[in-house]
Ligand binder design. Structure first.
Ligand SMILES: CC(C)(COP(=O)(O)OP(=O)(O)OC[C@H]1O[C@@H](n2cnc3c(N)ncnc32)[C@H](O)[C@@H]1OP(=O)(O)O)[C@@H](O)C(=O)NCCC(=O)NCCS
Length: 195
């Protein structure tokens, strides 16, 4: 194994990284970020993308964009199954964090489902539970079922959404909320990268 980390030098390398994560993550039809989206980002700055290679072969990649001027949003992260649990994901995130600092960011955020949640916990990211119900003015329906601290809420665009500080990953609470209210739920992760 001869693993190296690079940012793309050409549009073809962006395309290779995009197709790599797309194959592993099996994007659904409504996936929010297209190849064109990342080609535009690449033209702005290649450091938003980090690729892990073994020789010339892509074995992992992370793609990001601006969440805001000061916040970087990780869109997609994937490592080839054969190379998992060997530190490649850690290296990709560490390199992206360094790039983010160079890009003037002070925070990284992302949404995650399933097993990758534990990975982000290990990487020092803080989870918060995002809960979304269809329909305006339903915030209280969610709040009434939640013991934890609501840190953000919003309604008026056809949805009622809140973010809860769950103090760690609380799978039972997540399941309870989904079953009780029919809400869509997802853990959002964030990390301050400048002290
Ligand atoms: C999540 C993913 C990128 C991690 O990559 P990786 O190269 O295996 O990660 P690392 O080897 O650097 O692991 C770092 C730590 O996280 C833990 N970890 C990694 N994947 C994990 C998983 N699926 N479940 C639990 N813990 C996990 C490792 O055990 C390791 O902990 P340790 O240092 O105590 O051993 C990889 O599993 C993957 O591509 N998964 C499928 C795609 C995916 O879910 N992407 C994220 C979408 S947001």
């Amino acid at each position: 194994m001869n693993i190296s980390l690079v940012s793309p030098k050409s549009k073809t390398e962006v395309q290779d990284a995009y197709n790599f994560v797309k194959n592993i993550l099996k994007f659904s039809e409504d996936h929010p970020r297209s190849l064109d989206f990342y080609l535009n980002i690449f033209q702005k700055d290649p450091r938003y993308v980090v690729i892990a290679k073994d020789g010339n072969e892509v074995i992992g990649a992370v793609l990001s964009s601006d969440d805001s001027e000061e916040k970087l949003l990780i869109g997609e992260l994937a490592v080839d199954e054969k190379y998992r649990k060997a530190g490649v994901g850690t290296k990709l995130i560490q390199q992206l964090e360094e790039n983010a600092i160079e890009l003037g960011k002070n925070e990284i955020s992302l949404g995650s489902q399933g097993p990758a949640e534990n990975f982000y916990l290990k990487m020092g990211y803080t989870p918060r539970l995002f809960i979304q119900l269809t329909g305006n003015n339903r915030i209280n329906e969610i709040k009434n079922n939640i013991p934890d601290k609501v840190v953000w809420e919003n309604t008026g665009d056809g949805f009622s959404k809140i973010i809860v500080d769950t103090n760690g990953i609380d799978k039972e609470l997540q399941k309870y909320i989904s079953e009780k209210t029919g809400a869509h739920t997802q853990y959002l992760f964030s990390k301050r990268i400048v002290v």
